[in-house]
Design a protein around this ligand. Structure first.
Ligand code: GLN
Length: 493
């Protein structure tokens, strides 16, 4: 095995200790990832590479080390960033034609926090256009390919999806071309691609990370989070990302605990809820089996698992597909050809708007804008939007009630493993069903993680989801670590 391969097989925690012991330099670590990254180009996971800037950041990290500065665990770590985070001086596209040529003059708070912690930017990853999608099929820059291949079943021999919308981030981490990546999760966009690509993805509590400088999709749901190859790495990354930000009024003014401190504490005495409404009639047997297995692992480690009921679960998805498009239609009104990116002229101002928006947005984004505008329109506002907000409160209350009896909730992350590129594209409802298990926690603003557990019969990864109380990411990390140790998922695509 060459040294290049070894460096790219490390976890962030391992790389950080090698860096601080001087066994490797940040520049060497970076170069190893750049080499793997070239091989990974065929996945189409990266929209923009920032190699010169990365070399500069890596050398600065090496300087700090040589000067004897005390360094945090993200210092010198090469990561990738979903192209939905504004990065100062680096093209930011949201995977949309409408942002053509947009180079932000400011840096998102979360990415700034990572650079302040010494992380190195490899580049900006591909995503569904404006983060709308579950398969990374709606990007203006084309689909992302999952580094995994199916050995049997309907997807055998075909390129398969990486999941979405943070599919580029998931694929790049699974392909060992970055030690970690960040994504955003509005209804499942960190957890579902993590599950499809066999990595760990964590959506923190709404308000844990600042949304400032993240291109908005649905503001009451959007949340940034880490994606990496083990639970500890996601905890390390979240530590650097999180914190109150006066620039975002929805960011919580709550102290950020040491997420790694309790990681190894186990789950003895922990009460785990298994929601009966998450059992679907047509759920693949292997998804049910891995869920049952997860329950056994937690019980074996000393947790007690009990069945719970979240009666409003069935309404979460329809409710999400009213609230999210409503907020999206309002957020996306700013792309008018005047302020950002693309402009296609017309004879009148209205015509210019129409030409620009017609040519700049892809079909899924247009669909969401139309649904959103409809549910917000005068005659339908109460029937759809207000109703959905009421149901959303009931969904949140379901969780609140359950968390009197249990500390964490265990479910599958997605109803299936990854599917072939092109599948479900002509059936938006089938595509929306991908989010059935991830959307409820999003609607309630709760933290949740996806942990890879095993490969299914086709050889594709399956993940399990843990949902926790608001601002109780610690408990999720602790339980996730137990699942991870028991699953011992060491497969490499
Ligand atoms: N797949 C969901 C959607 O299309 C969730 C997307 C997300 O979390 N950004 O809206």
């Amino acid at each position: 095995m060459s040294i290049v391969v070894e460096l790219t097989q490390l976890t962030i925690a391992e790389a950080a200790s090698m860096l601080s012991a001087g066994h490797v330099s940040a520049e060497e670590l970076l170069v190893a990832h750049l080499e793997v990254g070239e091989n990974a180009d065929k996945l189409n996971a990266m929209i923009t590479r920032t190699t010169d800037r990365a070399l500069k950041q890596a050398r600065q990290s090496d300087h700090r080390r040589v000067n004897g500065e005390s360094l945090g665990p993200m210092d010198g770590i090469p990561i990738a960033v979903k192209d939905l985070f504004c990065t100062k001086g680096v093209k930011t596209t949201a995977a949309s034609k409408i942002l053509e040529g947009f180079v932000p003059s400011y840096e998102s708070t979360v990415t700034q926090n990572l650079w302040s912690a010494g992380a190195v930017l490899l580049g900006k990853t591909n995503l569904d256009e404006f983060a709308m999608g579950s398969a990374n099929m709606t990007s203006y820059f084309g689909p992302v390919k999952n580094p995994w291949r199916a050995r049997s079943g309907p997807a055998a021999g075909k390129d398969i999806v990486s999941g979405g919308s943070s599919g580029g981030s998931a694929a790049i981490v699974a392909a060992r071309a970055a030690l970690g990546a960040i994504g955003t999760d509005t209804g499942g966009s960190i957890r579902q691609p993590a599950s499809f690509c066999g990595i760990v993805g964590m959506k923190p509590t709404y308000g844990r990370c600042s949304r400032w400088g993240i291109i908005a999709f649905a503001s009451s749901l959007d949340q940034a989070g880490p994606m990496a190859r083990c639970v500890e790495d996601t905890a390390i990354m979240l530590q650097a990302m999180a914190g109150h930000d006066p620039n975002d009024s929805t960011s919580a003014s709550i102290a950020v605990p040491d997420f790694c401190a309790a990681l190894g504490d186990g789950v003895k005495g922990l009460r785990v809820g298994i929601p009966k409404e998450y059992t679907m009639n047509d759920m693949p047997a292997e998804v049910q089996a891995t869920w049952d297995q997860g329950r056994e692992w937690l019980e074996h480690a000393g947790a007690t698992c009990t069945e719970i009921s979240l009666p409003y679960t069935d309404y979460a998805l329809p409710c999400y597909y009213i609230v999210a498009p409503a907020e999206a239609s309002s957020n996306l009104a700013r792309y008018d050809g005047v302020r950002y990116g693309l402009r296609i002229d017309g004879d009148t101002l209205d015509e210019m708007y129409q030409n620009t928006r017609g040519a700049g947005f892809g079909p899924e984004v247009r669909r969401r804008i139309m649904i959103g505008t409809y549910v917000l329109s005068a005659g339908y506002y109460d029937a759809y939007y207000v109703k959905a907000q009421k149901v959303r409160s009931l969904i949140a209350r379901d969780f609140e009630t359950s968390f009197f009896d249990v500390d964490v909730i265990l479910t599958p992350t997605a109803p299936s493993s990854a599917f072939a590129i092109g599948e479900k594209m002509d059936d938006p409802l089938a595509m929306y069903l991908n989010d059935i298990f991830t959307v409820p926690a999003s609607m309630a603003g709760l933290p949740a993680i996806s942990v890879p557990t095993r490969l299914d019969g086709a050889g594709l990864p399956l993940g399990l989801q843990l949902i926790g109380r608001a601002f109780d990411e610690d408990t999720i990390f602790r339980a996730a670590k137990v699942l991870e140790d028991a699953a011992h998922f060491k497969c490499i695509p």
